[in-house]
Design a protein around this ligand. Structure first.
Ligand code: B12
Length: 452
């Protein structure tokens, strides 16, 4: 049997094949490959960087779908279906919107693949594929075998992705993670993470622990940090700000080789944080205390902010920019709030009649950076324009230079060397991504939906 994996792009612009930024190995593909019996032939097309060979002989197309890539995923599915190839879909969007995804797939996996993939493969071999495979229990994250061989020869960024945990217990109302994982948090056994890291370290300059919240269970994370210290790695991750108030955690974080963390600040306005159920961000003296602690331990920050919440006005953008420049963050994101289907936020906006599209991710008029809802005090277009403008100002050369010479940002030779290309890439993205289509603009015709 032969299977073709596809990782869809967000979209493609007319006259342009793809944009080359942020191309990291897609871990879902490697995770599924690791679950697949060895006698099956696998090939893999990354739609973000290469053409898909729809005519290559295959028994099924396996597509991972996120909300932003759903429109493109359905176009790809149509192409395979036109050639008589069944399509199997899974991923975040499939777990959030199974009824929609099911229209475009011969089979859809809802939730994590581990519990259902062997049965699905067996059904595929016997031509008894079912329409839906629902993973009903949260299995322990032990014994994961991630197979990255399909990435050989592809030009990914020199960062290796690895999971140490899944899920997050915080209730932030905009987040798709809490919907999919029902506010649970599970960690992989420490010795399995260590042995995966050891097998990869020869090919990696830096690791990205893709956990939703590395600090989702602080005592257990400390155990991992102690085991990482002797490995002498360099790694980055994302975590909730409560961890920045735990001195022992921060000390271990630094000693274990952590060189940077993504933190979701979201807003400087406490009323906004309350509205998003993220008031824990202001605990124990708030951002200033947390950032002073992180600085003392020389942890670089990727700070993320969202705009469009109830109390946001024009001044909120300037305040966030001043804050980001004053703290000389390594990088920062200034995004509009995105209502992902399946979240509490989406339901609230829908109930109050404030959504501008019935399904923004499928609407041919929707473009990357468009605000899909009507905010309280600003016009949707203003939020989009101010996000772009704030990014532009943060990524001015003068700002990049000032942040680059900051003591923490230049404290590690590797991170200092990479500060410049990383910031240049973000600077380029301000215009490259703005107004980007969802789906391929070249693609003509109607989507061919699944009939069984
Ligand atoms: C790493 C990461 C990135 C990296 C990209 C990595 C890469 N490969 O290029 C970067 C930083 C560039 C990134 C960018 C973005 N990301 Co991102 N990212 C993640 C993150 C943290 C980890 C993904 C991962 O590798 N997980 C590990 C794998 C193994 O887990 P998994 O994907 O859940 O897969 C399991 C199941 O879902 C299922 N499954 C998945 N696919 C399939 C397919 C089939 C066929 C089957 C059967 C099963 C299956 O089985 C797997 C094993 O159980 C996730 C959060 C998360 N926990 O997943 C967000 C996440 C996927 N990203 C998200 C978003 C929104 C984005 C952006 C759009 C943000 C932005 N505004 O620009 C961009 C653009 C994404 C794009 N597609 O181009 C959202 C998606 C939400 C949604 N509703 O779709 C997530 C969930 C974060 C969140 N908190 O909401 N991202």
């Amino acid at each position: 049997m032969r299977l073709s994996f596809v990782h869809p792009a967000i979209g493609h612009r007319q006259g342009e094949r793809y944009i080359r930024s942020w191309q990291m190995e897609p871990l879902p593909v490697a995770t599924l490959a690791g679950l697949t019996p060895a006698d099956i032939d696998l090939r893999f097309f990354d739609d973000r960087m290469e053409m898909i060979d729809y005519d290559a002989p295959t028994d099924a197309a396996i597509i991972s779908v996120e909300t932003y890539t759903a429109r493109r995923a359905y176009q790809i599915a149509s192409e395979f279906r036109r050639r008589g190839v069944p399509v199997i879909m899974g991923g975040f969007h499939a777990s959030l919107m199974p009824d929609e995804v099911e229209r475009h797939a011969e089979a859809v996996v809802v939730g994590e693949a581990e519990g259902v993939w062997p049965a699905l493969i067996d059904d595929l071999r016997h031509d008894t594929l079912r329409k839906r495979y629902q993973s009903t229990e949260r299995l322990p994250l032990s014994g994961l075998k991630v197979d990255r061989r399909l990435f050989t020869g592809k030009r990914y960024l020199p960062v290796r992705l690895i999971e140490t945990a899944r899920g997050c217990r915080f209730p932030c109302n905009f987040c798709a993670i809490q919907t999919v994982f029902e506010r649970s948090h599970r960690r992989r056994p420490v010795h399995e993470i260590v042995s995966e890291l050891q097998s990869l370290r020869a090919h990696a300059k830096v690791f990205f622990f893709v956990d939703d919240n590395f600090a989702g269970d602080i005592p257990a994370a400390k155990e991992l940090l102690r085991a990482l210290e002797p490995l002498k790695l360099r790694w980055i991750t994302q975590l909730s700000i409560n961890a920045a108030h735990d001195e022992e955690f921060l000390d271990l974080l630094r000693r274990s080789g952590c060189v940077g963390v993504l933190i979701g600040f979201e807003s400087l306005d406490e009323a906004n944080l309350r509205a998003m159920d993220k008031e824990f961000n202001t605990m124990r003296g708030g951002y200033e205390v947390a950032l002073a602690n992180l600085r003392r331990h020389a942890i670089r920050i990727y700070a993320t902010f969202v705009f469009g919440y109830e109390h946001d006005r024009r001044e909120s953008f300037d305040a966030a920019l001043d804050f980001a420049l004053r703290h000389r963050f390594y990088i920062a994101a200034f995004n509009h709030l995105t209502p992902f289907p399946g979240t509490a936020l989406y339901r609230q906006l829908e109930a109050s009649g404030r959504l501008r599209f019935s399904s923004w991710w499928l609407d041919p008029h929707y473009r990357y950076n468009d605000l899909p809802f009507i905010p309280q005090h600003l016009a949707p277009e203003e939020v989009t324009a101010l996000c772009v403008e704030t990014r532009r100002r943060f990524y001015r050369w003068s700002s990049i230079l000032r942040r680059g010479v900051d003591g923490v940002n230049r404290g590690d030779a590797f991170m200092f060397r990479n500060f410049w290309p990383i910031n240049a890439m973000h600077r380029g993205d301000v215009s490259n991504r703005n107004g980007y289509p969802l789906g391929d603009e070249h693609w003509q015709g109607d989507l061919l939906e699944a009939t069984r």
